[in-house]
Design a protein around this ligand. Structure first.
Ligand code: NAG
Ligand code: NAG
Ligand code: NAG
Ligand code: NAG
Length: 482
């Protein structure tokens, strides 16, 4: 949900007097243990429950997603290989004395590419496996959550068919590697780089979904699909633990490393390797974590970046996810201190004291799910965290999906108000069904339009119908950040 709010969006949102529909938020990452949903008896979660169901329904737009959806093949020639282009790379065609205009593919392969740090190149989203994967991860997650909450088969069917299309169906499956992730372009840049391993960090969401489908014994989550995904995960874990670029990402000391451990531990859990997952989480907390939080709670490796507020929130999401994965396999790292003596809670407390700068106001909401998560785990005896969220978001925070699984957390009285108000998110009993079997596509079907649609699904905290307008205005400004 990295986006630039346009003035128009703000004005439009402010003018709309309708009750807020909390539109789908693409959280940086999240691990949800089955019991957080199935044994959730907190009475104030009704609005968040409704949000989860409405997100499940809206998330199916554009389905199914597959790795085949790109305009030309990666260097292997195999469309089944995942491909993405590094976001800050720009073509310099002075090396190619072309007399006729080059196609985008020729530019990509022949021109030199130069890095302009922090300057996103929209042309690099012509290949959008990354955007499709993130959309898929949210759709699988919210449909599985909605199944667990309602037991309506269509939701589980959606999740199963989305997983099948991306990972398993012979015509459309992704090969279990990231050999061509975040390539830099040009004659010397036709290889993946370690930063591209970050592209699949949201595997954690898919793992959360699968654990829930297993726990609820959803009939539509068949043993064939479960076994197929497990086998895929085992092969991909092999790649994650042996490929050179994966090893480089594992050694990264900042958020890249934190998210690497998210991904690896979650996949080990999916594949039933609990001991492996424990080892992974212990390696993180005795390894790079030790250098990530200063005595005052700052995260120096993130604060040094171009968008310090965003990066602090981003790495917090990864640290919290590692702690939750650890908790699931019996490793309690919540009170683990870094070399400087600080905990995850200290990192959150510090981040809350530093508002986003003028160039970062559109990232403000990224911190909120972390506030909710920390409040639920460490407690909120003085109501500090709930008050922070109430001040920042008003009633929005209790209708945010993450409020459901971040319990206990005070609702500041908003839940009862929302429950008595006319439900704005018309949550019908009838789930939306994803379109049937996937068809492979090797053309980028209007990637610009897809970006806008994806943005519409990702931007949070605005009003449902209006997000599409904002997406059109914001255009191609949506990019995942390094
Ligand atoms: C929910 O709680 C019950 C009773 O404590 C327990 O038996 C069950 O395993 C829990 N479910 C999950 C998914 O943890
Ligand atoms: C969530 O909402 C669904 C549909 O309204 C309802 O059937 C279910 O009981 C709710 N579950 C919880 C835990 O609130
Ligand atoms: C050379 O290629 C670039 C990039 O495609 C293009 O913008 C430019 O017009 C081309 N030059 C000529 C002379 O065609
Ligand atoms: C952290 O340590 C304190 C003091 O021992 C303890 O009360 C608390 O439960 C611990 N928190 C977690 C999340 O384990």
């Amino acid at each position: 949900m990295k986006h630039r709010n346009s003035l128009l969006c703000l004005v439009v949102a402010a003018l709309s007097a309708v009750a807020p529909v909390h539109s789908l938020v693409d959280y940086a990452n999240v691990f949800i243990a089955p019991q957080d949903i199935l044994n959730n008896t907190y009475p104030n979660t009704g609005p968040a429950n409704q949000t989860i169901i409405s997100w499940a329904q809206s998330s199916v737009q554009g389905s199914p997603w597959t790795v085949m959806n790109k305009p030309f093949a990666p260097p292997s020639g195999d469309y089944h290989d995942y491909e993405s282009w590094a976001p800050y790379e720009w073509a310099d065609c002075s090396n190619v004395h072309n007399t006729t205009a080059l196609t985008p593919e020729q530019v990509w392969q022949q021109c030199n590419y130069v890095n302009r740090d922090g300057q996103l190149n929209p042309a690099n989203r012509v290949v959008n496996n990354i955007g499709d994967f993130e959309t898929l991860a949210d759709a699988v997650l919210y449909n599985s959550l909605a199944y667990a909450l309602t037991r309506a088969d269509d939701y589980a069917q959606n999740a199963a068919s989305f997983v099948n299309a991306w990972f398993l169906a012979p015509d459309t499956k992704m090969n279990p590697n990231l050999n061509y992730a975040q390539m830099q372009g040009g004659p010397s840049g036709q290889v993946g780089t370690h930063t591209g391993v970050l592209d699949l960090k949201c595997m954690v969401k898919i793992v959360s979904a699968v654990l829930l489908l297993r726990e609820t014994q959803a009939p539509k989550w068949t043993s064939d699909i479960d076994a197929g995904l497990t086998a895929w995960a085992q092969q991909y874990v092999q790649w994650l633990t042996t490929a050179d670029i994966a090893k480089q990402e594992r050694a990264a000391t900042n958020n890249h490393g934190s998210f690497f451990y998210n991904q690896l531990a979650a996949l080990q859990i999916l594949a039933g390797d609990t001991d492996g997952a424990k080892g992974t989480i212990e390696e993180y907390f005795s390894g790079i974590y030790m250098g990530q939080i200063a005595a005052n709670g700052d995260q120096p490796l993130e604060s040094a970046r171009t968008r310090p507020y965003h990066y602090r929130a981003y790495n917090l999401a990864a640290m919290i996810t590692n702690a939750k994965l650890g908790q699931y396999v019996g490793v309690n790292a919540w009170n683990k201190t870094t070399s400087a003596g600080a905990t995850i809670q200290a990192a959150l407390d510090y981040a809350m004291t530093v508002p986003p700068g003028p160039s970062e106001t559109s990232y403000a909401a990224e911190l909120y799910p972390n506030v909710a998560a920390v409040a639920a785990v460490y407690g909120d005896p003085a109501g500090t965290y709930a008050a922070f969220l109430a001040k920042a978001e008003g009633a929005d925070y209790v209708s945010d999906a993450c409020f459901f699984w971040s319990q206990p957390l005070g609702d500041s009285g908003f839940a009862a108000q929302l429950a008595s108000a006319t439900p704005a998110a018309s949550v019908t009993g009838k789930p939306t069904v994803g379109t049937g079997s996937p068809s492979p596509s090797t053309t980028a079907k209007g990637s610009q339009k897809q970006d806008s649609a994806a943005l519409a699904r990702r931007v949070g905290g605005v009003y449902g119908m209006l997000v599409g307008v904002c997406a059109l205005v914001a255009g191609a400004t949506l990019f995942e950040l390094l």
